[in-house]
Structures are given as structure tokens and as C-alpha cells.
Design a binder for this molecule. Structure first.
Ligand code: ZN
Length: 251
């Protein structure tokens, strides 16, 4: 998971969402009304389709899931589910792009909040800094929680399920090769090589892995965190201002 900057929805789609929110608000059966309106053809055409397109524009890599950051995504997910708050069923700020594994297999209707603060436990990459809650162990590809919200997010989205950690670990090797290629192209003053390597890095589906590498490379424990996966060259490249400034994602 990486920070994602939310873009604006086209005004016509926003208006459609506002009309539907008003309809739900007036209803005596808000959850039922919201679920029926969600399936309505005019909603699908006038608001769902533009929202999905905008979310894909915001998503990392080639339309990757905003939760796991690695699987292709094609669903508009309600961060706060309709059953929990039907008034957010048609709220642009409540929409995230999710893959079927995160959305349908793991998250489903789960939505727990902190008993005291009322803050949702699931990390929202368009609002929260995922790196404050989730640490990626580069040597294994597994996430570990830095906070209660981090632990909840790992469990709720199945971030360490199945082959996901192994795929992240593999992505780290691919990123190391691409960075090495980029560095050499810069040293040789080869613009085509630079842009090829950059597009490999920017468009690869494991944005969470690369962004974790960038952040962990500039911490005091970097040598320990990269032990066994770097002979010193990778850290040198990751720490260079060019890489840090050009490639670091933020909300
Ligand atoms: Zn996912």
C-alpha cells in the first residue's frame, strides 16, 4: 500500500452522486435504497463509470488495487461499506479502487472503528500515510503492522496471504535490476535508457515494494534492513537525491 493523491471527479458525476445521496437521506430504508440505486443503469453510466475511470487514473502501476498495490483492479470499493453507512454510498471520497482478492475474498463488509476515537481501523491510502502503519520486510516480502490499524489492514485485506509476499520479494529483485539499469544509463548519458528504466519502475505493479525501498534506504537501520539483498550499490542508488525526489509517491 502506498499514499495515493485523490483527483477531482468530473462535475457532472459529482452532481449525480449528490442527487443520489439526497435520495438515500430522504428514504426510510436507507440501506435498501442505496443498494438498489447502486445497481441503477443511469448511476452506472453517469457516475460509476467516470468514478471508476478516475480511480484508475489515480491508482499505482497499471490500474493496480489501492489496498494490496499489486493485483489488477476493476471494482469501485466503498471504503466505508453501504451496510455501515448508506449515506456514504454515493460519496466520491469514500471510493477506492480494489482488486477482487482484497474486495471480495477478504475485506467484504468488514469495517471496524476504534472504540474511543471512532477512527476506522482500515488504513485509507488517500487519507492516511500507509508507511506510518505498515512496514514491509524487504527480505521476505511480508508486511508487519507498526500500529493496531496496520495489523487490522493486513488481516482485513489479506496482505500476507498466499503467494503475495513471495511476489513482492521477487518484485524487489526486478526493481533492483531496473534501478541499476537507470543508474548506468544516467552515467552514460543515454536518454533512451533512462526513460526505459523509469517507465519500468513507474509502471510496475508493485509500487508498495519500491516505495518501501525508497523510504527504508534513508533510515538509520538501512544496512540492517537491506542485509543480504544488497552489496552497497542498491542503497547508494536509492539514497541519491535524483531517485528520492523523482520517484517518491505522496498523497
Ligand atoms: Zn488488492
Amino acid at each position: 500500500m502506498i499514499p495515493i493523491r485523490r483527483l477531482d471527479l468530473p462535475a457532472a458525476a459529482e452532481s449525480k452522486l449528490a442527487v443520489l445521496t439526497a435520495e438515500v437521506e430522504k428514504s426510510g430504508q436507507r440501506i435498501r435504497t442505496a443498494k438498489l440505486a447502486w445497481k441503477r443503469e443511469t448511476f452506472r453510466r453517469d457516475a460509476y463509470a467516470p468514478a471508476l475511470a478516475k480511480l484508475k487514473e489515480m491508482a499505482p502501476g497499471h490500474e493496480c488495487c489501492m489496498y494490496c498495490g499489486q493485483d489488477l483492479a476493476d471494482h469501485v470499493d466503498h471504503y466505508v461499506p453501504i451496510n455501515f453507512d448508506p449515506l456514504r454510498a454515493f460519496l466520491w471520497l469514500n471510493y477506492l479502487l480494489a482488486c477482487s482478492t482484497c474486495n471480495s475474498r477478504f475485506k467484504k463488509e468488514l469495517h471496524d472503528v476504534d472504540d474511543v476515537t471512532g477512527v476506522p481501523l482500515l488504513v485509507n491510502p488517500t487519507v492516511d500515510d500507509p508507511f506510518a502503519h505498515l512496514h514491509l520486510v524487504l527480505t521476505t516480502g511480508e508486511y508487519c503492522g507498526l500500529t493496531r490499524r496496520g495489523d487490522y489492514t493486513i488481516a482485513t485485506c489479506g496482505l500476507n496471504a498466499g503467494k503475495r509476499p513471495a511476489a513482492r520479494r521477487h518484485a524487489l529483485d526486478v526493481m533492483s535490476l531496473a534501478l541499476d539499469k537507470w543508474w548506468k544509463a544516467k552515467e552514460d548519458g543515454a536518454p533512451e535508457g533512462i526513460s526505459n528504466a523509469l517507465s519500468v519502475i513507474r509502471d510496475q505493479p508493485f509500487a508498495g515494494v519500491f516505495q518501501a525501498m525508497l523510504r527504508q534506504a534513508v533510515t538509520g537501520q538501512a544496512d540492517l534492513l537491506f542485509a543480504g539483498i544488497d552489496d552497497g550499490r542498491l542503497l547508494h542508488i536509492l539514497r541519491s537525491p535524483g531517485v528520492q525526489n523523482e520517484l517518491k509517491a505522496s498523497t
